[in-house]
Write a protein that binds this ligand. Structure first.
Ligand SMILES: [Cu+2]
Length: 231
């Protein structure tokens, strides 16, 4: 299991573990009852055993318990899904992610750099990957970051295992999601939708850093990138 590095990933992992616990409990309850019945009531003689037709108590129990489990799982899943797919706050750092055959481009809008101080300049800069040079983009820790997913060719899928979350990049669709990273480090993602001959080369990396380091990195990008322009 990849380590969850965002608040959202933690919620998703908790839901997964909760579901697993219930599934394991149901497995052992059902298999246990089965084994008990096989051993305890196996045929011992040719005498016809006592014949029973139906049991209202049993019917109520084996209807009520599954219904309660389904209601619990549905409610918990619904709450997690609602929280994980919340819209970004208006002051969130917003990154446009363009999937293309066969790499990624990450575009930062200098007007939407999140909660830090915005640089004096306006415009955008992009991190553009190539097959030979996998792109690395940078985000600050502890702040909401929105990804806006775009494609101009085919369907890709933006997947970073440590996010415990994956979203398709579909031409003509405005897919977006928000994460709040809760630890620093470098992590690797990969296109998760077979999108052509070099699909396997669509790896990318994210570096999660403290806000001060992020601001320094942005300043470097602004100084170095030809893509910065006045709007
Ligand atoms: Cu792809």
């Amino acid at each position: 299991m990849p380590e969850p590095i965002t608040d959202q990933a933690k919620r998703i992992q908790d839901l997964w573990v909760f579901t697993l616990i219930i599934a394991v409990a149901v497995f052992f309850a059902v298999e246990g009852a089965l084994l008990y019945a096989i051993i305890r009531y196996r045929k011992k003689s040719d005498a016809l055993p006592k014949q029973t037709h139906g049991s209202t108590a049993l019917e109520i129990v084996w209807t009520t318990i599954p219904v309660l489990i389904v209601i619990t799982l549905f409610s918990y899943s619904f709450i997690v899904l609602r929280d994980v797919e919340k819209k970004a706050p208006s002051d969130a750092l917003s990154i446009e992610v363009d999937g293309f055959q066969f790499s990624w481009q990450f575009t930062y809008d200098l007007a939407r750099l999140g909660q830090g101080q915005a640089p004096a300049q306006e415009g955008t800069f992009s991190i553009i990957g190539t097959a030979a040079n996998e792109p690395t983009f940078v985000i600050p820790v502890g702040e909401p970051v929105e990804f806006r997913l775009k494609s101009n060719d085919v369907i890709h899928s933006f997947y970073l295992p440590n996010f415990h979350y994956k979203l398709d990049v579909v031409p003509g669709r405005d897919n977006r999601f928000v994460i709040t990273a809760n630890q620093t480090g470098e992590f690797t993602g990969q296109c998760a939708e077979l999108c052509g001959i070099n699909h396997a080369l669509m790896r990318f990396h994210v570096r999660v850093v403290e806000r001060a380091e992020f601001d320094t990195w942005v300043a470097e990008q602004v100084a170095n990138k030809a893509t910065v322009r006045q709007p």
